[in-house]
Design a protein around this ligand. Structure first.
Ligand code: FNR
Length: 355
């Protein structure tokens, strides 16, 4: 029996299979609003058979966007176009999730296809914020060091965003705590040089994430799944670098707080790191977290083959398989994977004749 096509129930939500569309920025929003591009982009992956579709990094405040064209969820007006998308996804038997994000010192950037570098000045740029006034890249602007009052405001913004996500019909929230964005900037000692309760010790550096989770949980129902994406290692030996051991320790704490799944990505808090990119290169991170903390994990990164995905699940490394670029290339990967693995599959009625 195929593991990839076995359903998974997390709290009150059942996923029809283990294939997750990994969150991917589309740089196609104006003022944070979802539009027809997002509906077609995400909707076609729902038609294609993915079990869970996680909307791209969606900013909880305008200055938390990576670029001026990022999705946002900082005002109630954002809810209606998002609801149209979640309704469509759910009508296809898939589940809609959303990744809530703040880019911190890596905000104010260009669209990826325009180079993705930080914009120094002009209407599409703004002052970035961070735990400490240290830029990501030497050519970046120096971020504003957040005061404790400003930290509390961002925590409240995550809470308000989660409430809007619920109103917009999402059934899974993923907190984006990876890839060198604001939460990662706090938990890594390579970017956090604070001397107050949000810096220094491990417990102090993870405090921002834990307080965000507490705040989100005041509005996000206890019977709906809550995921956290982390950079499970920074791939460097420098003193203070975040390691897989730190991630296992963090994952156990998150599990105790009611987080359902750790989505194990890596890197991107420092510009140069020897990342061992290759097929399934981050799978051992998911495996170590699952084994060390008992929390469910998602494996992500260069997973492109049905047999590869099946083997990852069978090995016990992960509970869900997150696919990024493979689903960009092929929205019908799930249909084709079911055929390859001999799993039962039903096309949407409209496509019955495609068999
Ligand atoms: C990404 N990725 C990403 N990750 C994330 O956590 N939030 C995001 O919004 C984005 N945006 C994004 C855009 C695009 C165009 C790509 C290709 C990637 C990373 C993505 O979710 C995934 O982790 C990586 O792409 C690795 O998986 P694949 O592509 O090797 O399957």
């Amino acid at each position: 029996m195929s593991e990839l096509f076995s359903p998974l129930t997390i709290k009150s939500v059942t996923l029809r299979n283990r294939i997750v569309m990994s969150p991917m920025c589309q740089y196609s929003a104006e003022d944070g609003f979802a539009n027809d591009w997002h509906l077609v982009h995400l909707g076609s992956r729902a038609v294609g058979g993915s079990g869970l579709i996680i909307m791209e990094a969606t900013a909880v405040v305008p200055e938390g966007r990576i670029s001026y064209a990022d999705m946002g969820i900082w005002k109630d007006e954002h809810i209606a176009p998002l609801k149209k998308i979640t309704d469509f996804i759910h009508a296809q038997g898939s589940v809609a999730g959303i990744q809530l994000a703040h880019a911190g010192r890596k905000a104010s950037a260009e669209k990826a296809w325009n180079g993705g570098r930080q914009i120094a000045e002009g209407p599409n740029s703004w002052t970035t914020v961070a735990p400490s006034a240290v830029p990501y890249h030497e050519k970046d602007r120096t971020p504003h060091e957040l005061s404790v009052a400003e930290i509390k405001e961002i925590i409240s913004a995550f809470r308000d965003a989660a409430r809007r996500a619920l109103d917009a019909g999402f059934k899974v929230v993923e907190i984006h705590a990876a890839h060198g964005y604001l939460i990662h900037q706090f938990y890594s000692a390579l970017s956090n040089f604070r001397t107050d309760e949000y810096g220094g010790s491990f417990d102090n550096r993870i405090r921002f994430l834990l307080e965000i989770i507490d705040a989100v949980q005041t509005v996000w129902p206890a019977d709906l799944p809550l995921f956290v994406r982390i950079s499970a290692t920074e791939w460097v030996e420098d003193a203070g670098a975040w390691t897989i051991e730190d991630s296992v320790r963090l994952a156990a704490i998150l599990k105790d707080k009611g987080v359902d799944l750790i989505d194990a990505s890596s890197a991107a808090n420092i510009p140069k790191a020897p990342i061992p990119v290759g097929p399934g290169y981050q799978v051992p991170l998911a495996a170590a977290i699952r084994k060390g903390s008992g929390v469910m994990t998602g494996a992500v990164g260069m997973i492109t083959e049905p047999e590869q995905a099946e083997a990852i699940l069978k090995s016990g490394a992960a509970d869900l398989i997150f696919l990024g670029r493979e689903l960009l290339r092929n929205p019908y990967f799930p249909v084709q994977a079911a055929q390859t693995l001999g799993a039962a599959w039903k096309w949407p009625d409209q496509y019955e004749r495609a068999k």
